[in-house]
Ligand binder design. Structure first.
Ligand code: NIG
Ligand code: FE
Length: 404
């Protein structure tokens, strides 16, 4: 029997969904214990195998409750000002997302409001969205820029994203999304804007950035334009991810694969060649059922192809004001099952193990095993599948971030 020695905290009588691959469904341990030291898990396993020498400063009996890894929302646009409820009205009257964007609304309207807001205002407007996610057990969140679209405003968004990590007990991973939409001062000159992104904006923001994102789409940029941005990202040593094949097939999946992207996101219109390329590159497919639902899309992502090619699937909220004003990751899990036909286990893997991989954090988070951050959720449910099954119900009993 192994030895543990002194630990800060020991949780006992837990039903643990470790979310590790290869064992029982959900990596389940029926009657388990978890020990943490210095914010990391040092031991996790069945109670019967708990080393006798464990000496814990604090021991917590969970009474058989379910424990999962802390949830990871690996795709959000959390920091923005204002809302787009007027566009919601327009869409319900029949206008499409693309038509609204082409008429100067859409992302551009949020850019106007966000440029006008200072950091304190953005922080104040963003915290309720973050708190809603945290209340459901999110312990790691990815946050993109992309509503500034000039050097100073993109940096302002990234600084607010970093501030959020100081205000709350949550890990924030940032993505630079300068290539999100064409700012109106560059109307008709997309290549000039991409020049600015490559020469000035991305290098200036790099210190605040964990990855580089983009939007390859008819209302976004071409794959050739994003290839230039990704080439700069590579030179700066930054990993990439991409909004790919959301509204049409534009070659985003192939581009993401070409650069060994951490993730390719949305993918409703991806074809088999794109999926096969993602598989070869080891890129995670991030599915965003909130955007599919809110835009009333009908083209389903190619889930069967993703499974057949063994592409890891993650699920996220895409929390943003235009296509997915969703601040519930549990609802995203339910939607991934009801709309995309993921199994509850695939959905939960998608918000834990695969979401960690999509952020390049597979060694730190996403499963309950020794060495990883001690980020845990304790739930008042019997079965892990219930987390994806119920709608509009939050069974979180407690949330532990870095062992606390
Ligand atoms: O992920 N696709 C591009 N970006 C966002 C939408 C942003 C917006 O409409 O404000 C998305 O769907
Ligand atoms: Fe998005």
């Amino acid at each position: 029997m192994s030895s543990i020695g002194r630990v800060d905290r020991l949780w006992r009588q837990a039903r643990i969904a470790t979310m590790m691959a290869g064992g029982a469904p959900f990596g389940l341990i029926a009657d388990g214990a978890i020990a943490a030291r210095d914010g990391r898990i040092v031991w996790a396993g069945p109670m019967a195998a708990l080393p006798r020498d464990v000496d814990s400063a604090e021991t917590i009996d969970l009474g058989g409750r379910l424990v999962t890894p802390g949830l990871i929302d690996c795709h959000t646009h959390l920091v923005f000002a204002g809302d787009r409820s007027r566009e919601f009205d327009l869409r319900l009257e029949g206008a499409s997302y693309v038509e609204i964007a082409r008429a100067g609304g859409g992302i551009a309207s949020t850019v106007l409001l966000t440029r006008a807001a200072d950091e304190a205002t953005l922080l104040r407007e963003t915290l309720p969205r973050l708190d809603a996610l945290i209340a459901e057990g999110v312990t790691t969140i990815e946050i993109k820029s992309g509503y500034g679209l000039d050097g100073d405003n993109e940096i302002k968004l990234l600084r607010v994203a970093r501030r959020l990590a100081a205000e709350r007990s949550v890990t924030v991973s940032t993505s630079f999304l300068g290539a999100h939409a064409l700012p109106r001062e560059f109307a008709g000159r997309p290549d000039d804007y991409i020049d600015l992104v490559c020469r000035d904006m991305l290098p200036a923001a790099a210190a605040l950035v964990d990855a580089v994102d983009g939007f390859v789409e008819r209302i976004g940029f071409t794959a050739a334009q994003l290839r230039r941005v990704f080439t700069v990202a590579r030179a700066l040593g930054l990993p990439v991810r991409l909004h790919a094949e959301q509204l049409s097939l534009c070659g985003g999946a192939a581009l993401a694969a070409e650069f060994g992207a951490l993730s390719a996101d949305h993918l409703e219109h991806a074809d088999e060649a794109g999926v096969a390329a993602l598989a070869r590159a080891g890129t995670v497919a991030v599915l965003l059922p909130g955007a599919y639902y809110f835009l009333r899309e009908t083209q389903l992502p190619p889930v069967e192809l993703l499974r057949r090619h063994a592409v890891p699937i993650a699920v996220a909220t895409d929390c943003n004001p235009g296509s997915s004003p969703l601040s519930s990751l549990l609802l995203a899990l339910n939607m991934a099952c009801t709309l995309f036909r993921l199994t509850p286990e695939e959905a939960l893997v998608g918000a834990t193990r695969h979401a960690a991989r999509a952020l390049g954090l597979a060694a730190e988070a996403g499963t309950i095993e020794p060495g990883k951050w001690c980020d845990l959720c304790v739930w008042d449910v019997e079965q892990p599948a219930q987390l994806a099954y119920r709608i509009g119900f939050n069974p979180l009993e407690r949330r532990i971030w870095r062992g606390q």
